[in-house]
Design a protein around this ligand. Structure first.
Ligand SMILES: [Fe+2]
Ligand SMILES: [Fe+2]
Length: 196
């Protein structure tokens, strides 16, 4: 299938709002891509397909994820929306025949992040959060940080995600904590030095 076929497939699969979001994620991902060493075709495909399972109901996500052994923590059971990444990656492999592990991982982890994120993972994760249709509190600041430095943007994106989860008293996905700790360890272990 070429890219246009995938676009048509997503148009038929997602509601209008989410389809348009997916196209904006593609554009945003291609916009930030030059900061990384990665392949444009993979960026376009992973960005387009990242919400493949987003329009499934919670029950559908739980049933499919349970049957395929995709549930990894209590947070996913209680907040099944967290499963749309792993279920989306599974379906892209099974239904679309996508075998590229990098593309599948970018889809799988686009909501939570994970340890040792690849360039493609980071591009899709950030593009999803900063695409021009996003209006959540703090998005303008996150866009500005990403314009200056995408590495810092990733840390701030983890923080925004965690703050959102904390404000709503949701369960925190362990992968997001691990991803944030990984980022800090990769960047010297401590960011904020105590005053002496
Ligand atoms: Fe998503
Ligand atoms: Fe999305």
């Amino acid at each position: 299938m070429n890219f246009d076929n995938y676009v048509n497939l997503m148009k038929g699969r997602l509601c209008k709002k989410r389809f348009e979001h997916s196209l904006r994620v593609v554009d945003t991902a291609l916009g930030i891509m030059p900061n990384f060493k990665t392949e444009p075709d993979k960026v376009r495909l992973a960005a387009l397909l990242h919400d493949f399972a987003k329009d499934m109901t919670h029950q559908e996500l739980l049933t499919l994820a349970g049957r395929q052994g995709l549930i990894t923590c209590k947070a996913e059971e209680v907040q099944p929306d967290l499963l749309h990444g792993p279920v989306g990656a599974y379906l892209c492999q099974e239904e679309l025949g996508i075998t590229d592990a990098e593309v599948l991982d970018a889809i799988r982890y686009h909501t939570t992040g994970h340890v040792s994120m690849s360039s493609l993972d980071i591009i899709v994760y950030l593009a999803d959060l900063i695409e021009p249709g996003r209006t959540y509190q703090g998005v303008q600041e996150l866009r500005k940080i990403c314009e200056r430095d995408l590495t810092w943007g990733l840390l701030y994106a983890f923080d925004y995600t965690l703050q959102y989860v904390l404000r709503r008293k949701f369960l925190i996905h362990p992968l997001t904590i691990e991803a944030r700790n990984w980022w800090i360890l990769m960047n010297g272990g401590t960011i904020w030095k105590p005053k002496k």
